[in-house]
Design a protein around this ligand. Sequence first.
Ligand SMILES: [Fe+2]
Length: 273
Amino acid sequence: MANKVEIGLGFRKEIADEFFHNENIRPDFVELAPENWVDMGGYWKQVLNQLADKYQITAHGLSLSVGSYEDLDIEFVKKVKLFMDEFNIQIYSEHLSFAKTQNAHLYDLLPIPFKQESIDHVADRIKQVQDIIQRQLVIENVSYYTSLEPEMSEAEFVTEIVEKAGCKLLLDVNNVYVNSFNHNYDAYGFIDKMPMESVSYIHMAGHKKVSDDLIIDTHGESIIDEVYKLFDYTTSKLSGVPVLLERDFNFDDISDLQIEMESLKKICKKNWL
Ligand SMILES: [Fe+2]
């Protein structure tokens, strides 16, 4: 049976024009951060309307902070729900991390300790979000540089949260690679342990190797061959989910992004069609 192959690109204001006027950039959909758009009016609201006319949009949040112990920002989640309805957005993904503590934004995405107590807490918060948005939340495995006194493996942690919350999984294949390198484990073994039936979205990106034993997840470079190989392996185990190319800066040669999207598409077609 044929499955859809859709490769998207993160929408950013710095390169907004390219999404409308550059024939060399042809994503199948675009992803944006709702935080940057929910209260937007004037010129950028018009751009958003045009964007929604031209592309299917997915929302990838930055500030939900599902791991925090403060109350969820209910008003913000309600705004996201209205935003999704207005622009026909079906996918709302967020990081499995915390970005806020004691009401201070940390401006970084920190890992949640891999503990049973965290699973119960995070699953409850995800359910709360899902009740408001009336859709399943899609949670993303994050890159992390220290793990906080783990009681279990990351794979067990992610799997249990997905099961308990009844949410979906955004599998960031580059994050798997980065973590496996930095924490010295087998990336393929990690993929094998992921609940593939719950994966509904994939992220791919480039990273920067800063020393012999450290990679930083920058989203500013091209995807390396080893991450393409891991993507090939991952996509051979599932089918028909949208794939997003993340690029946060370094837009010198924008047509390189189209080449990367074509490479991802080729692999998906091989595995899915
Ligand atoms: Fe990601």
